[in-house]
Design a protein around this ligand. Structure first.
Ligand SMILES: Cc1cc2nc3c(=O)[nH]c(=O)nc-3n(C[C@H](O)[C@H](O)[C@H](O)COP(=O)(O)O)c2cc1C
Ligand code: SF4
Length: 518
C-alpha cells in the first residue's frame, strides 16, 4: 500500500523549513525506492512543533516534529512510514494537548486534508452546508445565520445575519460579497491559515452568502504580503469553478455565483471596510463616511456584504449542523468558537480554536505556556495594534466581546501578543501613536494630527519635561481621538495608549526618575 506523508505547505511551516523537509523526504523516497506519496497539507496551528510531519498508518496518524531536513534520513531509518519510534515522535496528533484541547468547528479540516482536493474536502464534511443552502429560501439561510449568533470576526463583532438581511432586503441590479482578507493586525494569522489550509471552506461560505443575499459575484481582498495564500485561493477557485461549485448553476442549482481574488494595496487602513472597497475599485484606500452603509451602497455603489474570512468560513458548518449546534458553544452574546492566535514572547505560539469563555490567564499560561524567555508575563495586547494591554491583574477576563469591552479592551481579530517583564510600556504607547501616524489615511484631523502630537507628547514625557502635564495632555488627546475620529484607526489608538498608562504607571515616569529608582 502506498504510504501517505503529510508535510505542511503553510507559510508559517514554510518559514520554519517545511519545504526543505518535503524536498529531502522526496529525495529519500526516490533513493530508497519506497512506495510513498507526499501530501502538502495546511498547518494544524501548533507552530511550536512545526514542521509537523504526519504519516497515515493503519492505526491512524503518527506525528513527528519539529522536523528539520537533517532529521529526515534518521526518520526513514526508524521506519517512520509505519509509525516507528524516533526522538521526534509525538504519537497521535489528535492527542497532542495543544490540539486535543481545542473545539474545531471552523478549522475542522485545517492541517488534516489536502487543501486543493475537493474530494478530500467533501470526504471530511465539506459542501454539506452549501448543498443545504441551495435548497433553502434565501430568507431562511439568513435566519439560520442570525440564529446561530455568529458575529463578525474581523474586529467589530457585528451580527453577521443582520448584515446579510440588509443586503437581502435592499434592491440592486447587482450585489456583491466581499471577503476581507487584509489581516493587518499584529499577532494574527487565522485568515491566512484557513486560506492556505482549507480554501474551499471560504469559497463555500462566500457562495452561501451569495445565495442568501442574491449576490452573484464575490471578491477576496487578500493582503499582498500573503502571496502564498493568494496563489492557493486562485488555484482553489479554479478547481471549484471546474467542479461546478462556482458558476452559473452552483452545484446544479438555479443560483449563479462566481468570485475573483484581488491583491491588497499594502496599507493597514485598507482593512477598514470602506477603505477596502475604494481600494477594490482601483482608488486610494481612504475611508468613506458612513452612511451609506456598504450593505446598501458598497462596491461600485451596489449592496455589498463585506465580511472577514473567519466569519464567512464559519458559515458552512452553521448551515450543515444548524444554528443551535453552533450557538451551543460560547457564552453570553459571544456564540460559537473563536480561533485565538497566540503570538509574541510565548512558549506555545499558534492558533487555538475554542468556544468563547476561557479566561485570558487560561489562554496565556495554560495554553500558551507562559513566555518563551521564561521571564514573568508583564502584559498581553489583545486585538491587534488598536487593542488594549492587559496586565496579569486582569487575567480573569473571559474571552467574550462584552467582558473585554467592560475592561476597556477589545477582542478584535483575536490575536494575542505576549510581552515579558522587559517590555517598556512607554515605548509601546509611543509605538501605538506612531503606528497610527504612519497608517492614517489622512481623512480626519484627530487621527492625522493627533497621532503625531501623541508621539511628540510621549517623547517629552520620556525626557522628563513636565511629566504630569504630558499625561494630562495625552489623556485629553486620547479623548479627542476616541470620540472625534471617523474610523477605528484613530478612534481605537487610545486603547493601547491609555491601557499602558493606566496599568503600568511605573513605566511612565521620566527616564532620569526611572533610572534613579532602578
Ligand atoms: C483600521 C482598520 C483596519 C481593519 N482591518 C481589518 C482586517 O484586516 N480584516 C478584517 O476582517 N477587518 C478589518 N477591519 C474591520 C472592517 O472594517 C470590518 O468591520 C470587517 O471587515 C467586517 O467583517 P466582519 O463583520 O465579518 O467582521 C478593520 C477596521 C479598521 C478600522
Ligand atoms: S481615523 Fe484615521 S484612518 Fe480613520 S478616517 Fe480618520 S484619518 Fe483616516
Amino acid at each position: 500500500m502506498t504510504a501517505t506523508i503529510y508535510i505542511p505547505d503553510d507559510s508559517g511551516a514554510l518559514a520554519l523549513g517545511a519545504h526543505k523537509v518535503a524536498k529531502t523526504v522526496a529525495a529519500e523516497i526516490a533513493a530508497r525506492g519506497l512506495d510513498a506519496r507526499i501530501v502538502r497539507n495546511g498547518s494544524r496551528g501548533a507552530y511550536f512543533i512545526e514542521p509537523l510531519v504526519e504519516i497515515a498508518t493503519a492505526a491512524g496518524r503518527a506525528a513527528y516534529g519539529p522536523v528539520t531536513a537533517r532529521d529526515v534520513p534518521s526518520l526513514f531509518d526508524a521506519d517512520f512510514l509505519s509509525g516507528g519510534a524516533h526522538r521526534l515522535s509525538l504519537g497521535d496528533p489528535e492527542q497532542i494537548p495543544f490540539i486535543a484541547r481545542q473545539t474545531r468547528l471552523t478549522f475542522a479540516r485545517c492541517g488534516i486534508t489536502d487543501p486543493l482536493s475537493l474530494e478530500d474536502y467533501e470526504a471530511h464534511g465539506g459542501l454539506a452546508g452549501l448543498k443545504k443552502a441551495v435548497a433553502m429560501a434565501p430568507a431562511d439561510i439568513v435566519k439560520t445565520v442570525t440564529e446561530s449568533g455568529l458575529r463578525g470576526r474581523g474586529g467589530a463583532g457585528f451580527p453577521t445575519g443582520i448584515k446579510w438581511k440588509t443586503v437581502l432586503d435592499t434592491v440592486g441590479d447587482r450585489k456583491y460579497i466581499v471577503c476581507n482578507a487584509d489581516e493587518g493586525d499584529s499577532a494574527t494569522f487565522a485568515d491566512r491559515m484557513i486560506m492556505e489550509g482549507d480554501p474551499f471552506v471560504l469559497i463555500e461560505g462566500m457562495t452561501i452568502a451569495g445565495v442568501a443575499t442574491g449576490a452573484t459575484r464575490g471578491f477576496v481582498y487578500i493582503r499582498s504580503e500573503y502571496p502564498h495564500a493568494i496563489a492557493k485561493m486562485e488555484k482553489a477557485v479554479a478547481i471549484a469553478r471546474r467542479a461546478g461549485m462556482l458558476g452559473v448553476n452552483v452545484l446544479g442549482s438555479p443560483h449563479a455565483f462566481d468570485m475573483e481574488i484581488r491583491s491588497g494595496a499594502g496599507a493597514y487602513v485598507c482593512g477598514e471596510e470602506t477603505s477596502l472597497l475604494n481600494s477594490l475599485e482601483g482608488k486610494r484606500g481612504v475611508v468613506r463616511a458612513k452612511p451609506p452603509l456598504p450593505a446598501i451602497q458598497g462596491l461600485f455603489g451596489r449592496p455589498t456584504v463585506i465580511n472577514n474570512v473567519i466569519s464567512l468560513a464559519s458559515v458552512p458548518i452553521i448551515l450543515d449542523k444548524g444554528a443551535e449546534h453552533y450557538k451551543n458553544f460560547g457564552m453570553g452574546r459571544s456564540r460559537g468558537t473563536i480561533p485565538i492566535q497566540i503570538a509574541g514572547n510565548v512558549r506555545h505560539g499558534g492558533l487555538f480554536e475554542t468556544a468563547f469563555g476561557l479566561t485570558l490567564g487560561e489562554i496565556v499560561d495554560g495554553i500558551g505556556g507562559g513566555t518563551r524567555s521564561g521571564r514573568p508575563v508583564k502584559a498581553v495586547q489583545v486585538g491587534g495594534p488598536l487593542g488594549a494591554y492587559f496586565p496579569r491583574a486582569l487575567f480573569d477576563t473571559q474571552f467574550d466581546y462584552e467582558a473585554f469591552a467592560a475592561r476597556d479592551g477589545l477582542i478584535g481579530h483575536a490575536g494575542l501578543a505576549v510581552f515579558d517583564d522587559t517590555a517598556d510600556m512607554l515605548k509601546q504607547a509611543r509605538f501605538a501613536f506612531e503606528f497610527c501616524a504612519i497608517e492614517s489615511c489622512g481623512k480626519c484631523t484627530p487621527c492625522r494630527l493627533g497621532s503625531m502630537r501623541g508621539v511628540e507628547t510621549i517623547d517629552r514625557l520620556a525626557s522628563g519635561v513636565e511629566p504630569g502635564k504630558q499625561i494630562e495632555l495625552v489623556t485629553d488627546l486620547c479623548n479627542t481621538m476616541k470620540f472625534g475620529s471617523l474610523c477605528a484607526l484613530g478612534g481605537f489608538t487610545p486603547y493601547p495608549v491609555m491601557s499602558a498608562i493606566t496599568h503600568f504607571p511605573e513605566d511612565f515616569k521620566p527616564h532620569p526618575v526611572r533610572a534613579a529608582a532602578e
